[in-house]
Design a binder for this molecule. Sequence first.
Ligand code: 0RA
Length: 638
Amino acid sequence: MVEKKQSYDASQIQVLKGLEAVRKRPAMYIGDVSIRGLHHLVYEVIDNSIDEALAGYCDEIKVFLNNDGSVTVSDNGRGIPVDIHPEQQRSALEIVMTILHAGGKFDKKAYKVSGGLHGVGVSVVNALSEFLVAEVARDGKVYQQKYERGVPVTPVKIVGRRKRNGTSVTFIPDAEIFKRRKFSFEVLAERLRELAFLNNTIKLCIIDNQSGRQEEFKYKGGLASFIEFLDQGRNPIVRKPIYINAERESVPVEIALSYNDGYSENLFSYVNNIHTIEGGTHLVGFKTALTRSLNNFALKNKLLKNGEANLSGDDVREGLTAVISVKVAEPQFEGQTKTRLGNSEVRGIVETIVNEGLAKEFEKNSSTARKIIDKCKTAARSREAARKARELTRRKSALESDTLPGKLADCTLQETHRTEIFIVEGDSAGGSAKQGRDRRFQAILPLRGKILNVEKSSIDRMLSNEEIRTLISALGTGIGRSEFDISRLRYGKVIIMTDADVDGAHIRTLLLTFFFRHLRPIIEQGHLYIAQPPLYLIKKAKEAIYVYDDEEKETLLKEIEKTGREKIEMQRYKGLGEMNPDQLWNTTMDPKNRTLLQVTIEEAFVADHIFSTLMGDNVEPRRKFIEENAQYVRNLDV
Ligand code: 0RA
């Protein structure tokens, strides 16, 4: 008896210690406590249900946004066990919900591959929630336990009866940890859609109880449907996506790919449902096999003339859209954002499966293979033309002895970690920025009008565009596989500063597309920012208040109405050009006062889809993009 009591105390201490660790350093467990970390909580709970689905016991997961700001994730799996654990003297449910990393311990045999990026388990979500209630339907009964900040506040109780088994978890994130607590329907829906593409047996739903809005995702076509979704705005050159699904050495590999008449490469790779932004061994295996298979087919069918160079990796990936998804029992994640797969055995596994899959596909469907090879050969020719054009430019610039573009007003400091370049729309705004800046560390580059839409341009055409060349030479990095070198980047921060109107947003999008496609490391390494000029100037008595968005404006106006009858004047800034240099400096450029948004590529696949739909002539997706732009920029430097 005494012993049992002791072990009970010991496990209670373990729980409290665990909770304390999570609450002290939440970022260690969920990445950060921004809006991103907030959504990560939901993903973590969903992942547990996905595991149950991958084990074969669940085919429906629902997410509810509730009126009180809480979110519910429910599934129709077996239900978390509720029986008493013999050593701990507590319900399995309580252990799963309160002990770090306890989740997996109950079901060792299950094939467990899912799990959020951090794979921390639902107890972390519990620790970071001011309130959480877990409900389990099993054996005809509904069991329930409630928690506050991870600590149980009720025993596991029977609260009802139900036939269908399942688990539901409802929680409110803790205000002490999260400053912003509003879940975004769009952000969650995008993730559910992605999960539905990646796991074609599961139906995933999201229901906003406040607005009544709801969406349901279920794609029998799996990755092939994913490709069709990604390529909505593009013109395919093959009839339907090529699909490969096989398993080797207990590693399931699923791949779908298609070609379009565009010039960009769109590759998305996943490990255990996690988007591996930095790629890794699975991606390397895929690329190697794709290049090899296409060259083999071309040689065998005499599609390459004797002496004609082989198709390069870049040639075979122009106009390619592909998704590769593997499941690995013990993944090793590497890289800056821990999104690169390191397991070396996976490379060979994927390579073999793709070689075999493509050989079969090309044999069965040789006209598709021919069309693809035609496209690759055009790419090769264009690349050769681009190389020649670059060489010409290099010789010319050598003659001009490394001069920077005439339009660039450079800064005087050399230490790149302190310097900034503002890419500004139009000459008049450029003028204000030049006068307003601190010339020691701030450089200004005005761009005239719209830059080229790079998604729709071949690489040689892009490099002959004046604005693009000016930009590249100001940045100093060069461009293209053999030339780009981020260590030559001349500024620590690259800041896009455009008007707060539709045109400005469009130019910003074009620039983002360009960086995303051709200078991606600049985004990945955190150098790209978006300036936030104010939308309004409100003058009250002698006070001047700058306001950066409409919500802020409404709040402020209401406050002023309440407090007095002072006369106010309001000015709406349509463009940066309307501000004098002083104002521009004070509101938008001065590091002491300004707000910069750092651009991240974490949501690269969302961005890619938006970029591609944007390029159509459709106004609606473009407007939507502008609205949702905030999704993949993160608040920083406040
Ligand atoms: C451990 C064992 C069993 C189910 C689960 C965990 C389980 C966990 C979660 C989390 C969310 N939904 C879930 N559904 C199930 C199986 C126990 C048995 O044999 O019935």
